[in-house]
Design a protein around this ligand. Structure first.
Ligand code: 5AD
Ligand code: SF4
Length: 433
């Protein structure tokens, strides 16, 4: 068998795209994966373009890969940066053999055999939806439910790299979920840029028009499927029906990602997010009142053009009110082909760094309090990972990572666990049943 080295950057959708490419290459071209670059016959970088840093890193990394690789090994650049830079990549790094966009990963076997191929068209080809069943974890199945994004957030490059939003037909998703459960997964993780906008557009009119709540109900009918997670929902589409289904459906894990981006209604308007601070807080209140055990995570961008000290204070205010269990926080990074790249009221770089530090320290304080209050609680944990130090770890329904002493016999199993020690990123416990 030939050897494939694959590096995956970016989000869960990219990870799923990588699984699909691995499966295609295994089936059609007899590849198996390796973690050693030097022995690879094919090197793939599945890239992210959401911020500038990973894009500039790509070219330095390509140079290193080119030096280290076997003489006749091929290099392919895939994913979002491939979509966005296209043939520019081969211009800047002529040793790259092919470029394959995020929306074209199904074509990996085709481009592999065409030197200097650049495949980045965005279309509604339904063969793109038929993702292979290969999965990097036997316990959890990542399943795409839509591709692309129809929003026009002024900072975001994704609509350009992943194209218009198209929902994958309900029956394909349900069948894929059923097959993964038949193969032993007890959890599915639904993926899309705006999952709760599911049903917005299908590739043709024959497909049943249903919304995300309906999809969740259909999936939860699958026997032996115990947990359903999803990312990312959009706060704008969090209507009452969706929140009620989330709270009342026992198979849906009580962990919600709510990308805030900013707590200032003015900045949210400039970002074209489609909701205000008040709407966001109103949705959180509804969610917490219906589902007190919910844990909420978020994404925040600091120092968006025009963000004043007062605007930033509003973000801190939302942080204190919501008390997010997890935050992913970023300094604003101007991206090509976005509206905000032309905004001139740029925030000073030192102020941006200071705001990021302030935000992250506030979150650490909140997290320490949340974690401390977990001591002695009993949670059902689904064990997924064997750690090197004789510990096995997994997640609670509301997404805390918990480890217990144990062996691989626990993998794929649910156990009730009492929390006995607190760490910042992982809790330790003992099995009580
Ligand atoms: N600058 C900084 N962060 C960004 N994100 C998206 N675009 C940008 C940008 N231009 C962040 C958002 C998004 C997450 C995936 O990345 O917070 O939710
Ligand atoms: Fe994922 Fe967005 Fe990065 Fe593409 S640009 S890999 S969609 S986070």
């Amino acid at each position: 068998m030939k050897k494939l080295f694959i590096e995956t950057l970016g989000c869960a959708m990219n990870s799923r795209d990588s699984e699909h490419m691995i499966a295609e290459l295994r089936e059609k071209d007899d590849y198996e994966t390796t973690t050693k670059l030097e022995e690879a016959d094919l090197i793939l970088i599945n890239t992210c373009s959401v911020r500038e840093k990973p894009v500039s890193k790509l070219f330095s990394e390509l140079g290193v890969f080119n030096k280290k690789k076997k003489e006749d090994a091929k290099i392919g650049v895939c994913g979002c940066t491939a979509s966005h830079l296209g043939k520019e990549i081969i211009k800047r790094a002529p040793y790259v053999n092919f470029v394959l966009g995020a929306r074209n990963v199904s074509k990996i076997s085709e481009v592999l055999h065409k030197d200097k191929a650049v495949e980045i068209d965005i279309n509604y080809d339904e063969s793109e939806f038929a993702f292979k069943d290969f999965r990097s974890s036997p316990f959890k199945a990542y399943i795409n439910i839509s591709m692309g994004c129809d929003k026009s957030c002024t900072y975001c490059i994704v609509p350009k790299t992943r194209g218009e939003e198209v929902s994958i037909p309900l029956n394909l998703i349900v069948n894929e979920a059923q097959r993964s459960v038949d193969n032993g997964a007890k959890e599915i993780f639904l993926l899309g840029q705006n999952v709760n906008n599911y049903g917005r557009r299908f590739s043709n009119d024959d497909h049943k028009k249903v919304n995300f709540t309906y999809l969740l109900r259909e999936l939860s009918k699958i026997d032996n499927l115990e947990r359903i997670r999803f990312t990312s929902p959009h706060p704008f589409h969090m209507d009452d029906e969706f929140i009620e289904e989330f709270a009342n459906n026992p198979k849906i894990c009580k962990s919600m990602h709510m990308p805030l981006q900013s707590g200032s209604s003015k900045v949210l308007r400039d970002m074209k997010r489609g909701y205000s601070k008040e709407w966001f807080l109103n949705r959180v209140e509804k969610l917490k009142s219906m589902c007190p055990e919910v844990s909420i995570s978020t994404d925040i961008i600091v120092a968006f053009p025009g963000e004043s000290d007062e605007d930033f204070e509003e973000t801190l205010d939302v942080m204190r009110k919501v008390r997010f269990e997890q935050i992913f926080s970023f300094k604003y990074s101007p991206r090509p082909e976005t509206e905000a790249q032309h905004y001139t009221n740029v925030v000073d770089a030192d102020v941006a760094s200071q705001r990021l530090t302030t935000l992250q320290s506030l979150h650490t304080e909140i997290l320490d309090e949340i974690n401390a209050s977990q001591m002695g609680k009993i949670y059902k944990v689904y064990f997924e990972d064997l750690n090197q130090d004789m510990y096995v770890s997994g997640r609670t329904d509301n997404n805390f990572v918990v480890k217990v002493k144990g062996s691989d016999e626990l993998l794929g199993q649910f156990r009730d666990v009492k929390i006995t020690a607190i760490g910042r990123t992982i809790l330790t416990g003992e099995i009580v049943e």
